[in-house]
Ligand binder design. Structure first.
Ligand code: H2B
Length: 100
């Protein structure tokens, strides 16, 4: 049974720093900035390990100390509770590493 999807605006409003993706797919996005590349990559490592345990992976890019993250559930064709769970984990990991 496919997971129910959420309106991206509804998903984003309950989260810190997330917005509706400007792209053509229903998704939420957040841009993060860290003190340096090492810290940005430490953040990505923590999220990567969580993504593997959840079997739910972000679409992201990294330029030096910046990481932009897009979350959507490919199998559902939209934003689901997997994305909001991952978003909350990302917010906690970013906060722990001084990201903003
Ligand atoms: C085969 C594997 O379990 C699926 O492709 C998983 C992997 N990670 C995933 N990540 C995301 N964001 N959406 C998915 O639908 C998804 N599906």
């Amino acid at each position: 049974m496919a997971r129910p999807t959420l309106a991206p605006a509804d998903a984003a409003k309950d989260l810190t720093g997330w917005s509706v993706s400007s792209g053509d797919r229903p998704a939420i996005e957040r841009a993060l900035k860290f003190v340096d590349f090492n810290t940005a990559f430490a953040f990505m490592t923590r999220v990567a390990l969580k993504a593997e345990t959840m079997d739910h992976h972000p679409e992201w890019s990294n330029v030096y100390n910046r990481v932009t993250v897009l979350l959507t559930t490919h199998d559902a064709g939209g934003v689901t509770d997997l994305d909001t769970t991952m978003a909350r984990f990302i917010d906690d990991a970013a906060k722990a590493l001084g990201g903003e």
